[in-house]
Design a protein around this ligand. Structure first.
Ligand code: PHE
Length: 452
């Protein structure tokens, strides 16, 4: 399909895809979720499994999503409709992009609440509330925030407002410029913080915890947690990368671009771990604390650091922008579809979707205080959405999407899409997806559910 037929525009340079996709991948998943899931699942052994999952599941599925997006150059729903009209696939496959869109929607309902915590912490950082804070002080600061729905509502609304305004514009505009500056700054800040944290914290125990391999800790639900985190962190299994692939220039090798995105994503997650864990061990914070881990550890580091107020301000601004560049990719699927199919202006479509997310988000933030009822498996709404999306919806979405690409889309169509000269890239990817990623995801997901 000629590039001029793309309705939403093409990234103006091949590198822009890499920046935009990294912007989607790098976010709260790396800085908030990775450390706590690593903590809950026993450290080093989990890290090895996680790296394998990134390589053998995350990367092949990411390539599949991007390749499919670039082949058809439309939003995922219309893409599958189009393929079924051309009798390439059965019409029932259209359920897959719908599931993907719903997953993105559900993730955003709690993602926005956590991004709201980051804005709340930015506010506390610049007003000097972290100065000389103790571990007890940091825990009670976080608990106080959770107990104040009005404050969470304020920041959740601010964040959703930013998401709507950004998605309302064309995503090909502006986004990459932001990510191009943000990402290097985030990496440099994390490196500095990691060095400082290792100086004041318990470096040896942190390194031991993060990198020491021990078999005993590996169970199927640990592996499922690793698959879920890999998919979440790479933003795959829900059509976000599909949408970005649709805007990708044909000049770029998909395999190379995606490998860079995976590398950047892992680097940021590891750096976040190196910032958090030395403190966790020296201040006796519970490694299994769960979602609060990052938010209890960070104020301690800033509170003790010379110029900590300034660094904390910079860090939380970067974190909020990183969350924003991820969040917009969650809404993009439905917004692009409403715009392309029904000619609804992007801003209006973003507003509609944003309002719906905002409403559900209110229930999510209330589930952390006034409405803390256990809905299922002893989990409240917030915990349920976090686990349900990572351990069920993303793996199922990724399996279905990969089966569609590997078994139903004609091989020649995909082969044309992966730059012709690099046939061995194609072979490597196609075989891995078909014979390793898909069977592994099916076995792990089923075994993880049964074991849970
Ligand atoms: N990858 C993002 C992060 O790490 C989260 C995300 C999940 C974004 C799914 C889009 C889709 O924060």
């Amino acid at each position: 399909m000629p590039e001029s037929r793309c309705l939403q525009g093409i990234w103006s340079s091949p590198w822009i895809f890499i920046f935009a996709a990294s912007g989607s991948a790098v976010g709260l998943g790396n800085i908030w979720k990775f450390p706590y899931v690593l903590g809950e699942n026993g450290g080093g052994a989990f890290l090895v499994v996680y790296c394998l999952c990134l390589l053998l599941v995350g990367l092949p599925v990411l390539i599949a999503e991007v390749a499919l997006g670039r082949t058809v150059r439309s939003n995922p729903i219309d893409t599958v409709n189009d393929l079924s009209e051309r009798r390439i696939v059965h019409p029932a496959w259209v359920l897959v992009p719908w599931l993907a869109g719903i997953t993105g929607f559900l993730i955003l309902t709690f993602y926005s609440v956590i991004a709201g915590w980051s804005i709340a912490y930015l506010d506390r950082a610049v007003t000097g509330e972290f100065n000389n804070i103790t571990q007890v002080g940091a825990s009670s600061m976080f608990n106080e925030l959770l107990a104040t729905p009005s404050e969470m509502l304020l920041w959740h609304s601010v964040f959703m407002g930013l998401v709507v305004l950004t998605v309302g514009q064309s995503v090909t505009r502006g986004l990459s410029a932001v990510v191009r500056i943000l990402l290097p700054m985030l990496v440099v800040t994390l490196v500095l913080l990691a060095c400082y944290s290792m100086m004041i914290g318990n470096m040896s125990e942190a390194l031991n915890f993060m990198f020491r391999w021990s078999w005993q800790n590996i169970t199927f639900d640990v592996v499922l947690a690793a698959v879920g985190l890999a998919l979440f962190s790479l933003s795959v299994g829900m059509g976000a990368m599909f949408a970005y692939g649709a805007y990708m220039s044909k000049r770029m090798s998909i395999a190379r671009a995606c490998s860079i995105v995976v590398g950047v994503d892992l680097l940021v997650a590891l750096l976040a771990g190196l910032v958090i864990f030395p403190l966790v061990f020296s201040f006796d914070i519970d490694v299994q604390a769960g979602p609060s881990l990052t938010f209890v550890s960070l104020p301690i580091i800033f509170g003790n650091l010379l110029g900590g107020q300034f660094f904390a301000g910079v860090f939380f601004v970067l974190l909020v922008v990183a969350a924003l560049t991820s969040a917009i990719s969650m809404l993009e699927l439905f917004v692009a579809w409403l715009h392309e199919k029904f000619y609804i202006a992007r801003l209006k479509a973003a507003l509609l979707m944003g309002l719906a997310v905002w409403f559900v988000g209110i229930a999510v933030l209330l589930s952390l205080n006034h409405w803390d009822s256990k809905l299922m498996y002893g989990l409240n709404l917030f915990e349920l959405l976090d686990k349900f999306t990572s351990l069920i919806l993303l793996p199922v979405g990724a399996i279905l999407l990969s089966v569609l690409v590997a078994w139903f889309i004609p091989r020649s169509m995909l082969q044309n899409e992966m730059i012709a000269k690099q046939t061995n890239h194609f072979q490597w990817w196609y075989k891995t997806l078909k014979y390793i990623s898909i069977p592994a995801m099916i076995v792990i997901t089923l075994a993880g559910w049964i074991g849970a």
